[in-house]
Design a protein around this ligand. Structure first.
Ligand code: TYD
Ligand code: MG
Length: 480
């Protein structure tokens, strides 16, 4: 017996939904959603999802017409242009996420949020789900569905309480992708969260959940679901950057956006970084703090890598502030050095590449006349960060000098510059941005390479002295 299924398809862009919309959620045109009847033959399996038998998902009756032949550029439907319309995420926390995504969530995109277990992925995504829901105050509007294969709905509910979430999110606990998509399709949500890819499976595919085959096939299914329904899907994966814990780094090739959430074990700071983004740049960094009520945006992100001692009035020898760029963001990072005289010249470095540290120490010995040979030198970067930029060279050298000479550096001086083998200071990229951040944070003095001093204007730098130095000797005369 033939059964009839009703779809609503936008006559402007072809977007299809399980319900009627006054304004098309894809192209924004009003009054374009037209009723569309699909007759289900007996051979048309309702549960026949795309991956299993190659059948088109039941939510897209018009797909064959629009996608069967190559289209001319001019014919391509701009209503679906994903680069322009995005789902905004608001609030301080939302802005951070939005920035990393390249300006909001793209409809029909599949985003993987990876990270170590316990780093806060579920927390972040529940918060994102709430933000998307909040965006639309209309209670009749379609919901955001949060599906967990790891936790019961009660557990998710408890977490939502803890996070102070009151938005009307739909929660579902299941491991069966087919079941999930069937239920979700019925709700026609604004966004779908799957927590996590390691816990879901697809019937008829070999292997257990979390295995390479299952993970690949489930992700492909979700990608197809996202593309055909235009519903953005956010996928959690317990994936570390090296990819060796859960294996499936292969996921990265399938999805549109890959975000990694990072954080040190004993620090409350969490960083969100895009390592792949089909809709934006990958050099944006989101910075959060894990609080008792979830992730919060960090207001003073530039200063978050400075230790508490640094802000104290009593200043210790061996500390210097470096100015580092990550993405388009500037961070002030504290470098700590300890020189122990009367021992062999051993070196212990943490957060700095050993070769770079060796080079800086050698230059200090040879070009600045510091007798570091008979000293053990320890170097450390606050908050477990690793410096990858040579812009931190000067601060490293300054910290070593400070400890060696036992003269503290006033805590309102910052250092920017690369050190060459002859002890000369070199320019680093985006000097202006770095110096400007230092000035904005109320620093009294900033030591820069002489060449940089000339190129920098005075705008915004009235309250700060910019000191240009040619080489390490000049820096030592200036500071100590
Ligand atoms: P979770 O989001 O469950 O991590 P993941 O999904 O990446 O495994 O969060 C894990 C940790 O976050 C957990 O140890 C408790 C902590 N946490 C907070 O500090 N504050 C909070 O509000 C919440 C919900 C969790
Ligand atoms: Mg989790």
């Amino acid at each position: 017996k033939a059964k009839e299924k009703v779809h609503w398809v936008c006559s402007n862009c072809g977007y299809s939904a399980g319900q009627w919309w006054g304004v098309c959620r894809s192209c924004g045109e009003a009054g374009t959603m037209k009723e569309f009847h699909e007759t289900k033959g007996s051979d048309n399996k309702v549960s026949g999802f795309a991956v299993m038998d190659g059948a088109v998902g039941p939510w897209l009756p018009h797909q064959e017409e629009t996608q069967l032949r190559p289209l001319r550029l001019a014919e391509v439907n701009r209503g679906l242009d994903q680069l322009h319309w995005r789902i905004p995420l608001n609030g301080p926390c939302g802005n951070e996420v939005s920035r990393v995504l390249g300006g909001g969530l793209v409809p029909g995109s599949l985003t993987l949020v990876g990270g170590d277990p316990g780093v806060g992925k579920s927390t972040l995504l529940l918060q994102i789900a709430a933000m998307i829901t909040e965006e639309c105050n209309d209670s009749e509007a379609s919901p955001v569905v949060y599906v967990s294969g790891e936790e019961s709905v009660e557990q998710i509910g408890n977490r939502a309480d803890r996070l102070g979430i009151t938005e009307d999110i739909y929660l579902y606990s299941s491991n069966d992708i087919e079941d999930i998509l069937k239920k979700v399709q019925y709700l026609s949500p604004r966004a779908l969260v799957i927590d996590s890819i390691q816990t879901v499976y697809l019937k008829g595919i070999m292997g257990s959940p979390g295995g390479i085959m299952q993970v690949k096939e489930c992700t492909s299914t979700l990608l197809r679901f996202a593309k055909t329904t235009n519903i953005p899907v956010l996928l959690i994966g317990h994936v570390t950057k090296s990819g060796d814990i859960a294996g499936p780094r292969v996921l990265e090739h399938i999805v549109d956006v890959v975000l990694y959430m990072e954080g040190e074990k004993y620090s409350t700071h969490r960083m969100l970084r895009a390592v792949k983004n089909r809709f934006g740049s990958t050099d944006e960094l989101g910075v959060f703090e894990m609080s008792h009520s979830g992730l919060q945006a960090v207001s003073n992100a530039s200063e978050m890598f400075l230790s508490e001692q640094h802000l104290d009035s009593e200043i210790l020898a061996g500390l210097a502030v470096a100015v580092i760029m990550d993405g388009s963001r500037t961070f002030l990072i504290e470098i700590q050095a300890l020189c122990l005289s009367g021992s062999t010249g051993s070196r212990q470095v943490n957060g700095i590449h050993a070769n770079r540290a060796d080079m800086i120490i050698s230059v200090l010995i040879k070009q600045a006349g510091l007798r570091l040979q008979e000293n053990a030198v320890f170097l450390n970067v606050v908050s477990g960060l690793t410096l990858t930029e040579t812009a931190g060279d000067l601060a490293i050298a300054a910290a070593i000098c400070s400890s060696f000479l036992e003269v503290p550096i006033p805590n309102d001086i910052a250092f920017i510059g690369e050190i060459g083998l002859s002890g000369e200071l070199r320019m680093v990229p985006r000097m202006e941005k770095r110096v400007y951040t230092v000035a904005k944070l109320g620093y009294r003095m900033c030591i820069v390479p002489k060449t940089a001093e000339k190129t920098l204007g005075n705008e915004g730098l009235e309250k700060m002295t910019l000191v240009g130095c040619r080489n390490l000797k000049e820096v030592i005369y200036t500071v100590f």
